[in-house]
Design a protein around this ligand. Structure first.
Ligand SMILES: Cc1cc2nc3c(=O)[nH]c(=O)nc-3n(C[C@H](O)[C@H](O)[C@H](O)COP(=O)(O)OP(=O)(O)OC[C@H]3O[C@@H](n4cnc5c(N)ncnc54)[C@H](O)[C@@H]3O)c2cc1C
Length: 321
């Protein structure tokens, strides 16, 4: 690991000043320090935000829920109100990482974590996302890569929690120390076709302060399929939510961003109750435009299965078949 300058932000203004000088934020540090140890992230200035207590906590506000960016995944899983009113979010967090990681990892860091692509994570591969000329997944091992083409890089977005925020139309609130700005979760994540070097729209001089959920859904469910049931990122996952007589269906780990299955959503229309036949049709619509790579076609079938199961689970039906 290279040596670096380390600062501790004592307030938002101090953090903003550090960001202006090129410091990079450390929240829990789970992803950032991994990236630095692997010499993928070469930052030489790090600022800890752990002391910013007002970035922590879960509050009901204006008919919705505000989650501070520094709230840990463990704190979120222990929140009974969210578990009762937004089970898809609680289930996605229960399934993320390990108890040890969830104790330290923050929700802000989770949505901003870098991709897990094994070529991106290895210093010896100078891939497109690191400024190189090649996406090594195209002719290499692409088992865990995208099944929805969105440009020349084929990562999948690593957060299995972010899709729940996309499904309910959450807002990511950011600050530059002076003013705050709101990013719609649905518009926050960046496709490789827009910019191959970035996964989100947050500029260097801003930090996320909270995630605001304007309204919790009437029904929701999260379903994932993993290769192994102990800690692992899913092969595919789906969040289905029903609110204001509309379904939102969002897939995780199948594309460079959490991807809405718009064709499935329109097919479901305003029907609050979904039966097996409709869930099956919606799942087929969800994967109709999938274009798997050479080794990951099997994940199209898994994506289809998680959509069907999430819809049935959200309606309280047996989804295990
Ligand atoms: C073994 C293991 C298994 C895992 N499994 C899963 C899984 O199944 N699903 C899943 O979703 N994740 C998984 N993860 C990833 C883990 O959840 C993330 O690494 C973690 O949530 C990152 O949070 P952090 O607070 O440690 O972020 P950090 O590492 O501190 O930061 C991550 C990035 O976000 C930036 N950042 C952090 N907070 C802010 C902020 N408030 N404003 C602006 N920028 C900010 C940092 O600068 C950095 O670039 C796993 C990790 C491990 C080690």
């Amino acid at each position: 690991m290279r040596s670096f300058n380390y600062a501790i932000a004592e307030n938002k203004q101090g953090l903003a000043a550090a960001l202006e000088k090129g410091y990079k934020i450390k929240a829990g540090g789970i992803d950032l320090l991994d990236m630095m140890k692997e010499r993928i992230d070469k930052s030489d200035r790090i600022v800890s935000i752990a002391q910013l207590k007002d970035l922590r906590g879960i509050r009901e506000r204006d008919g919705g829920v505000a989650i501070g960016a520094l709230t840990t995944l463990r704190e979120l899983t222990e929140n009974e109100m969210l578990r009762r009113k937004f089970p898809a979010l609680a289930d996605s967090i229960d399934n993320a990482a390990t108890p040890q990681v969830r104790e330290v990892a923050t929700i802000g860091g989770n949505i901003l974590q870098r991709p897990r692509c094994w070529y991106f994570r290895r210093a010896e591969y100078d891939c497109l996302r690191k400024g190189g000329q090649t996406c090594f997944a195209v002719n290499g091992d692409n088992t865990y890569h995208s099944i929805y083409p969105m440009g020349s890089c084929h990562i999948t977005h690593p957060s299995n929690i972010a899709p729940a925020f996309v499904a309910v139309g959450a807002q990511f609130v950011a600050s530059d120390g002076r003013t705050s700005k709101t990013y719609e979760a649905r518009d926050f994540f960046v496709r490789p076709s827009e910019d191959v070097m970035r996964e989100h729209k947050l500029p260097q001089n801003e930090f996320v302060t909270e995630i605001f959920l304007p309204k919790l859904p009437d029904k929701s469910a999260y379903v994932e399929v993993k290769e192994k049931q102990s800690f692992d990122w899913p092969l595919a996952a789906c969040v289905a939510t029903y609110a204001d007589t509309k379904w939102n269906v969002v897939l995780a780990h199948v594309a460079p961003i959490p991807v809405r299955a718009v064709a499935a959503e329109s097919l479901l229309g305003d029907r609050a109750d979904i039966d097996e036949a409709l869930a099956q049709q919606a799942s087929e619509a969800a994967v109709a435009d999938a274009q798997p790579m050479t080794q990951n076609g099997f994940r199209v079938h898994i994506a289809k299965a998680v959509v069907r199961r999430a819809l049935l689970k959200a309606c309280g039906k047996d989804f295990t078949a």
